[in-house]
Design a binder for this molecule. Structure first.
Ligand code: AQP
Length: 329
């Protein structure tokens, strides 16, 4: 049996090249060697307010983008988190073994809570729900970007605590980061992670941005006062542009150095824009075809949920038995 992979993306905004390079691109590569479950984590998205009509649209858009990026539904499962109730059920049971102190020290919680007038309990519980997503399927590998490393450590801590309280139940999942592109930074502020919920227009390149918009955003990206690329003294803005180029092109470090050393920033930005557009144009073409096929995306999501529900339900039943909860005969 192939080892199992689980990962997810929130339908909380426009998918950007950080999500693609940190997660999706890796997912496509893994799908032939592993049993992969890729999830649209809508229950995570509502930990901060989402306009209901927009959210519904974003779920379908995200599913079509998974397909357009190369996730093959005959190989991998594509599903929506809320369509398998076991995610929420297991999350409650794991909440009961998770100390609050483990949650309040999560850096993503602190960063997101700072931006809210009222902090919902869901925002604090977010990493427990994420642990439930992964442990529900006994996933061995979780391909994510760098910002999720702390949540994965917490997932292992929760699994270990459950196992030591109730007996061996959960497999310990491992984090899989991409070699390049694990943390893409904002184009407008290279000290901040590129993020869906950041609304400044020059912050992120969305996967569905038209080529002229992509070019304009990259041309305006923050660099520094040096005139050209110096690999021994890279500022964060230039390092980010080079990182984006290398993650898309998969060039080696030596080739990157040989090609970009001494290049003026204007030319660098032009080459980065060309590389991003060359990769996103075919993806956008496939997206338009998929989105234009009535009923296709809904069928993929329905089949996905049906394929994984038995695995999820079996885990919930095992956890209930371990905890002494009622399981009907
Ligand atoms: N900037 C990034 N660079 C590399 N990888 C990234 N990921 C997110 N941002 C970057 C990875 O994308 C996957 C899906 O992310 P998510 O939807 O779970 O939400 P997030 O990590 O909180 O990402 P965002 O874009 O910043 O969303 P919002 O603003 O809604 O919170 C994950 O594997 C993540 O690591």
């Amino acid at each position: 049996m192939k080892p199992r992979v689980f990962s997810g993306v929130q339908p909380s905004g426009d998918l950007h090249i950080g999500n693609y390079l940190g997660a999706l691109k890796n997912w496509v590569k893994l799908q032939y060697d592993y049993e992969c479950i890729y999830c649209i984590v809508d229950l995570h998205a509502v930990t901060v307010y989402q306009d209901p009509a927009t959210l519904r649209g974003k779920i379908s858009e995200l599913a079509a983008l998974f397909l357009a990026a190369g996730i093959d539904p005959r190989q991998s499962v594509i599903m929506v988190q809320s369509s398998v109730p076991a995610h929420a059920e297991l999350a409650w049971m794991l909440t009961c073994v998770t100390p609050v102190g483990w949650l309040t020290r999560m850096t993503q919680y602190k960063a997101k809570a700072e931006k809210q007038e009222t902090v919902g309990d869901g925002l604090l519980q977010y990493p427990v729900l994420m642990a439930a997503d992964i442990l529900l399927y006994q996933a061995q590998i979780v391909p994510v970007g760098d910002d999720q490393v702390q949540h994965l450590e917490l997932t292992r801590d929760i699994a270990q605590r459950f196992n030591s309280l109730y007996g061996e139940t959960f497999v310990m999942p491992e984090t899989k980061l991409p070699a390049v592109g694990a943390r893409i930074m904002g184009l407008d502020d290279p000290l901040k992670k590129m993020s869906k919920s950041e609304t400044a227009s020059g912050h992120a390149v969305a996967l569905l941005d038209p080529p002229d918009v992509i070019r304009r955003k990259i041309q305006r990206a923050t660099t520094d006062s040096q005139p050209c690329v110096d690999f021994d003294a890279l500022g964060p803005g230039v390092a980010n542009l080079l990182n984006i180029f290398q993650a898309f092109s998969e060039w080696t470090d030596d080739r990157m150095r040989a090609h970009f050393s001494g290049m003026r920033y204007g030319r660098l930005k032009q080459e980065v824009a060309d590389m991003v557009i060359a990769h996103l144009e075919p993806l956008q073409r496939r997206y338009r075809e998929i989105a234009g096929e009535p009923g296709y995306v809904d069928r993929v999501l329905k089949e996905g949920a049906e394929r994984v529900a038995p695995i999820a339900n079996a885990t919930v039943e095992a956890v209930k038995r371990r905890m002494g909860l009622y399981v009907p005969c």
